[in-house]
Design a protein around this ligand. Structure first.
Ligand SMILES: C[S@@+](CC[C@H](N)C(=O)[O-])C[C@H]1O[C@@H](n2cnc3c(N)ncnc32)[C@H](O)[C@@H]1O
Length: 264
């Protein structure tokens, strides 16, 4: 295993999540928040093995020049089998009651709720992420949402309940991105509200490190894993920039708010 890079409260591993996760067993993570390769983007095997830029970038967009990424070419059965393996290994790295949040799209939604449970998580719901700027499809419903399936490591921990948290988010995908499927950092910050301030979050497929940036901005610790060197380097850079900038003002009082709501 490569020596991890440490940036303030973030520890970043470069390598294969399936190889690294067993070393993190028993770490007591409060949450696994991750955006795996979806292995989506088409009906047929030949569609799925295409370059991720062909699958996920709108023709004519400048993002077509971004680097491809690994692991997005599994067929349905292999995807579900592989994902059950990593989600099971991630569960063993968590404390009881930890929250799992895994991104997926409409095609992989059924396989994703299956793999979460096969990995040992208690599946508890689906949080839609609506993209108002999604490309319309004439005469058909626009595929306007991606989804975050969520669950817990066993029973919900009563100490973790802090305030009312929405079950639906609307925001556009980032414009100036460095990763083909980069998620909006404001969405990740909102999802982190289910994790206590000061808690530790694991993202085994961190891509350009958006989960890590949101953790730094909101006062959570972070452990990330990424296979591709180019994306790993981008994650280090983005997380380092976030660390230099410090906590975001509107989240600095969140810890006090969580404590107040827990005591009420
Ligand atoms: C969907 S992307 C994550 C994008 C991220 N949410 C962001 O905002 O940048 C999934 C990432 O997982 C990485 N990956 C694929 N297989 C992996 C593996 N076995 N271990 C670790 N990372 C892997 C890919 O290289 C890709 O960057």
């Amino acid at each position: 295993m490569n020596t991890p890079v440490t940036i303030g409260p973030a520890t970043l591993y470069r390598g294969d999540a399936l190889a690294i996760l067993p070393h993190l067993e028993g770490s007591g993570f409060d949450s696994v928040l991750t955006d795996t390769p979806y292995s989506s983007g088409g009906q047929f095997r030949s569609d799925r093995v295409q370059d991720t830029r062909k699958k996920y970038v709108v023709t004519g967009s400048s993002s077509i020049n971004l680097p491809d990424f690994s692991g997005d070419n599994r067929d349905q059965r292999a995807f579900a089998y592989w994902a059950a393996l990593w989600s099971g290994a991630a569960l063993h790295a968590c404390r009881p009651g930890a929250v799992g949040m895994f991104f997926t799209d409409w095609r992989q939604l059924p396989a994703s709720t299956d793999y979460m449970q096969a990995g040992g998580w208690v599946w508890r719901g689906i949080v839609p992420w609506c993209k108002p700027d999604a490309r319309p499809q004439l005469g058909r419903f626009t595929a306007q949402c991606e989804y975050v399936i969520w669950g817990t490591a066993g029973a919900v921990c009563a100490d973790d309940t802090a305030g009312r948290i929405p079950g639906f988010y609307e925001c556009i995908a980032p414009r100036n991105r460095v990763h083909v499927t980069q998620k909006p950092v404001e969405l990740l910050r909102e999802l982190l509200r289910v994790v206590p301030v000061g808690g530790c979050v694991l993202d085994p497929f961190m891509g350009s490190g958006t989960t890590g940036v949101a953790c730094i901005q909101t006062g959570r610790h972070f452990v990330g894993i990424e296979l591709d060197p180019v994306h790993f380097d981008n994650a280090c850079e983005r997380i380092h920039d976030a660390y230099r900038q410090g906590l975001l003002f509107d989240h600095a009082s969140e810890a006090q708010e969580q404590t107040r709501l827990t005591l009420e």
